[in-house]
Design a protein around this ligand. Structure first.
Ligand code: ADP
Ligand code: MG
Ligand code: MG
Ligand code: MG
Length: 673
């Protein structure tokens, strides 16, 4: 995320009056890009990952592990390191592959939390299979560089959330009192957020637009000794500093839920994102649609978030918590009051699974779209008048139902059509699980699609594995012209399902039965054309006719294992076997293939339960800890040992020693890797 120049950020009441202005200019900028870039062709097949870190302070002798709020100093140290401006030599990858001699140095970015960092490769990865092998060493290099620019007791770790963020007492270094004017949180200080004016304004204006604090309520995990009904013991009902302190007295903190009240509880979570560049807009729109149904599957498969605010939660992933942490909808938009001042009821937060498909693919049936999609009809008309097609205009007219949250006064003086700032203002605060990224104003890069649901993994081996897997999936989709369409509302349902404890093994997800033919696969599956039987030669007749038959026959409930590894009946091939058929059909050298096999093996085992997700491992770690009292409480002591183990895993990985013998169930997380 690039941070724009500072200016005068408007407080909500004033920002609200400028919302139409920003939207109108945003649409003009969008049409400008659209008209310039819709004909762009033959852009390179580039891609890049984003890894987010928490920065913690840890030392063996200190009983507490804390979040370090030194993001700005660490970024300054990185930026001021002259050696880093040059190219760097990454370490060899574990498979023994020799990376290219030099890379551009990785790029470090600020994030919402003042305890967070983000790192991306120095330049996007190319199409060559060999480059897939550079991802893991590069991720390790990023972590090593980050660590080198920290204090000796600071560590970059890739847990999605800090287990005791917002717990009573001290959890940051330095410590600040809670209940500041921006967040007005009972649990976290304003200083928890990046001090760049954009971030506190974002948090304050979301709260202000909403008319109360955000309510991030997560069901608590009920263990043997958990009092029931459970009342969050950390909630203070006696605070009277701000009008928002009434929230908890008005029912914001229901029984049996861990109650959190600030953006930092969501946007302070770390994830793994992948951005792909398509060769042209048509391919980009297709990738967006085809990857959408995979979002919830990958969310469940990467589950890593079982603890909030010092309590075990009954959910395994971060998604809905972020969704609630930035939910700026008013009572009218939420449907709690009749519509008077607001324009429409809005069923989802601005951070949510995406709500529509955007491709003009003939396989996209009307029935897959949501008839209740909320759009701004005037904006849609402007886009249509500007030459955009109906489907894409619908997508943007949906994103543009939202208000811009952070507006800088200086930006409203002249409309600059050589920029995309107003468009990006709305676009970049629609945090959906896929993002369709148009080229920037100077048009020097292509149409991109971002895959955003995955949780960050503890090791770079895992982060590389999931990144590479998604890249291979995109190649398989394009090469075999796969069809993953299901009704978009089923994708929403799957997203909810992915939150359940151990959803990866215990739940079923709606998934398309037949990825090859447009017809329902009941019966013989005639007309199917799977690479299992056909290898790479299936491409010739893979373009299916327009679908017919009841939509409901096209999909069914499947386990993640079936989706990833295929079903026992042999009706559904499974994504990994498809990737393998694809790899068989193209020229990949043996060394590369071996390394890719390691990644696919990790994913196969996570899906079939041979290995645990990070969420499961963390749960078992807590349950097995001598200091845990089976009451859902994750104490300082348990937290310290958990983070200590995560640091130890990281040190092992950095030394290239493998993960054997680490104890505490690490072998169930990382097996023989
Ligand atoms: P954001 O935070 O807005 O998603 P970032 O700049 O943090 O954007 O990350 C974008 C990712 O996209 C990085 O991994 C980067 O390497 C990658 N990337 C940059 N340019 C391209 C491109 N032309 N095609 C594909 N990926 C790209
Ligand atoms: Mg980023
Ligand atoms: Mg980020
Ligand atoms: Mg991103």
């Amino acid at each position: 995320m690039g941070l724009l120049a500072l200016g005068t950020a408007l407080d909500w009441p004033e920002a609200k009056t400028k919302a139409h202005h920003v939207r109108a200019w945003g649409i003009k900028q969008l049409l400008e890009i659209w008209n310039k870039a819709k004909v762009k062709e033959r852009d390179a097949m580039l891609w890049g990952d984003e890894v987010e870190y928490l920065v913690v302070t840890y030392s063996k002798d200190d009983p507490k592990v804390l979040l370090s709020l030194r993001q700005a100093d660490i970024l300054a140290a990185l930026a001021g390191d002259k050696d880093l401006a040059k190219e760097v030599t990454p370490p060899a990858s574990p498979g023994g592959t020799k990376p290219k001699d030099k890379y551009p140095s990785p790029v470090f970015h600020p994030e919402f939390g003042r305890f967070m960092l983000e790192a991306t490769p120095g330049k996007p990865w190319g199409i060559d299979f060999k480059e897939l092998l550079h991802v893991e060493p590069d991720m390790k290099l990023r972590r090593a560089i980050a660590k080198d620019h920290m204090l000796p007791n600071e560590y970059p770790i890739t847990l999605t959330t800090f287990p005791r963020i917002g717990s009573p007492g001290v959890f940051t270094e330095p410590h600040y009192p809670v209940s500041g004017p921006k967040l007005r949180s009972q649990f976290v200080p304003d200083e928890i957020a990046n001090p760049h004016i954009r971030f506190p304004t974002l948090a304050a204006n979301i709260r202000s637009r909403r008319g109360r604090k955000v309510q991030v309520n997560v069901p608590v995990f009920r263990d043997e000794n958990t009092p029931w009904p459970w009342k969050d013991p950390t909630v203070n009902y006696d605070l009277h500093n701000w009008p928002e302190d009434d929230d908890v007295r008005n029912g914001a903190a229901p029984d049996n839920f861990i109650h959190m009240d600030a953006m930092a509880f969501g946007m302070g979570s770390c994830c793994l994102q992948i951005t792909f560049q398509a060769k042209n807009i048509t391919e980009g729109r297709k990738m967006y649609d085809q990857l959408s149904p995979l979002g919830p599957i990958l969310l469940a498969l990467t589950a890593a978030t079982p603890i909030y605010k010092g309590f075990l939660a009954d959910t395994d992933v971060r998604w809905n918590q972020i969704s609630k942490a930035v939910d700026d909808r008013t009572a009218e938009e939420l449907g709690e009051k009749p519509l008077q001042n607001d324009r429409w009821r809005i069923p989802k937060s601005r951070y949510a699974s995406n709500s529509t498909y955007i491709s003009e693919d003939p396989r996209l049936r009307e029935e897959y779209l949501d008839p209740n999609l909320v759009i701004d009809p005037e904006i849609k008309q402007q886009l249509l008048d500007g030459g955009m097609d109906d489907r894409l205009a619908t997508h943007f007219a949906h994103l543009f139902i939202r208000d811009p949250i952070v507006i800088f006064n200086e930006d409203l003086e002249v409309l600059d059509l050589s920029k995309t700032d107003h468009f990006e203002n709305i676009q970049s605060t629609n945090w959906q699980h896929m993002r369709f990224k148009p080229p920037p104003a100077d048009n020097n890069i292509g149409w991109r699609v971002e895959f955003r649901p995955m949780e960050i993994q503890i090791t770079d081996f895992e982060n590389a594995a999931f990144s590479v897997f998604m890249v291979l999936i995109t190649r398989v989709i394009l090469s075999f012209d796969l069809n993953f369409y299901i009704p978009i509302t089923k994708v929403d349902e799957n997203m909810e399902t992915a939150h359940k404890r151990d959803a990866v093994l215990q739940e079923k997800f709606w998934f398309r039965r037949n990825l090859f033919s447009s017809r329902p696969s009941r019966g013989s599956g005639s007309g199917t054309n799977t690479p299992r039987s056909g290898g790479g030669g299936s491409r010739a007749n893979s373009r299916p006719p327009s679908p017919v038959g009841p939509v409901e026959d096209e999909y069914k409930l499947m386990t993640v294992n079936e989706v990833i590894n295929g079903d026992e009946e042999g009706e559904f091939p499974g994504l990994i076997p498809l990737v393998e058929s694809y790899l068989d059909s193209v020229n990949v050298d043996v060394a590369t293939r071996c390394q890719l096999a390691r990644y696919l093996d990790l994913i196969r085992k996570r899906a079939n339960g041979e290995l645990w997700t990070a969420a499961r491992w963390i749960r078992e770690f807590v349950k097995g800890h001598e200091g845990y009292r089976r009451d859902s409480v994750v104490s300082e002591e348990v937290n310290k040992d958990l983070v200590g183990k995560v640091i130890e895993i990281g040190e092992r990985e950095a030394r290239g020693e493998g993960f054997k013998g680490l104890g505490r169930g690490v072998e169930k997380l990382l097996g023989g890797f």
